[in-house]
Design a protein around this ligand. Structure first.
Ligand code: NAD
Length: 247
């Protein structure tokens, strides 16, 4: 059966999970637009994959409509939005985390996700053709790890935002879901926690399947949630965590 290619807009497209998302949707024949912070990394990825890239700092809410316009002029209306951009490195304990670090995390992970969702959903509702939005959350939003609470709080908010948008946008045929990975085996993760390191072993001991998520497994869950196979699923945050939430 032939399928109509969709326009898939992925934020944080130059990161580890973003790259896997781009590959997965492109493998289905979809047109992909990647946004990320402007710079060489994004330009190089765009040249490498031959996809449209748009430099966009998500903390600049006023820049979002213009970036969306650029994406639409390249590939038409956005059918699928994947809110994948995130800040995941600003950690600290309740006693020590600088308020500014918490704020920076909130501005990207919560407000960036919200502002992009709002801009795309306005377009989708005006066009009346429905659509799908997939947020990249984290199981940290449901399971605490000492020192990671600011990031985790932001992801708990992403889950709430997912349910909020799902209940309001459902009547317009727009489904809103999330994927919630546990630790993902991205290049950055391999650098920070090399094979055999005590930190890596510590994390693995918390995961019943004793493996980190492969970025492709996270992407596959997002592809499913964005697909017609998930036509009756909205408002969920699907763990891709090797069972970490069980223990
Ligand atoms: N890597 C993991 O272990 C893991 C686990 C659970 C959830 N996640 C989530 O997966 C998503 C992708 O993470 P990743 O592992 O690929 O990390 P990454 O750092 O490789 O990718 C995140 C991307 O977001 C972009 N970004 C950050 N601030 C931005 C801003 N202001 N405007 C636009 N883009 C911005 C970064 O430039 C980067 O390319 C994130 O939402 C993260 O929270 C990751």
């Amino acid at each position: 059966m032939t399928r109509t290619p969709r326009h898939v807009l992925i934020t944080g497209g130059a990161g580890g999970v973003g790259r896997a998302l781009a590959d997965a949707f492109r493998a289905l024949g979809d047109a992909v637009t990647l946004t990320d912070l402007p710079g060489e990394r994004l330009d190089a990825l765009g040249a490498d994959l031959g996809v449209t890239t748009i430099g966009l700092d998500l903390t600049d809410a006023a820049a979002i409509p213009g970036a969306l316009e650029t994406a639409i002029s390249a590939h038409g209306p956005v059918d699928v939005l994947v809110n994948n951009a995130g800040i995941l490195h600003l950690h600290g304990t309740v006693l020590e985390l600088p308020v500014a670090d918490f704020e920076a995390t909130i501005r990207v992970n919560i407000l960036g996700t919200f502002a992009m969702t709002q801009a795309v959903a306005r377009r989708m509702t005006a066009a009346g053709a429905g659509g799908a939005i997939v947020n990249v959350s984290s199981i940290g939003g449901r399971q605490p790890t000492p020192g990671m609470g600011a990031y985790e709080s932001s992801k708990a908010a992403v889950d709430a935002l997912t349910r909020w948008a799902a209940i309001e946008l459902g009547p317009a045929g727009i489904r809103v879901n999330a994927v919630a990975p546990g630790p993902v085996d991205t290049p950055m993760m391999r650098e920070g926690m090399p094979e055999g390191s005590p930190m890596r072993e510590g994390w693995l001991s918390r995961i019943p399947l004793h493996q980190f998520a492969d970025p492709r497994q996270v992407a596959a869950a997002a592809v499913f949630l964005a697909s017609p196979d998930a036509a009756h699923i909205t408002g969920v945050s699907l763990p891709v965590d090797g069972g970490q939430l069980l223990v």
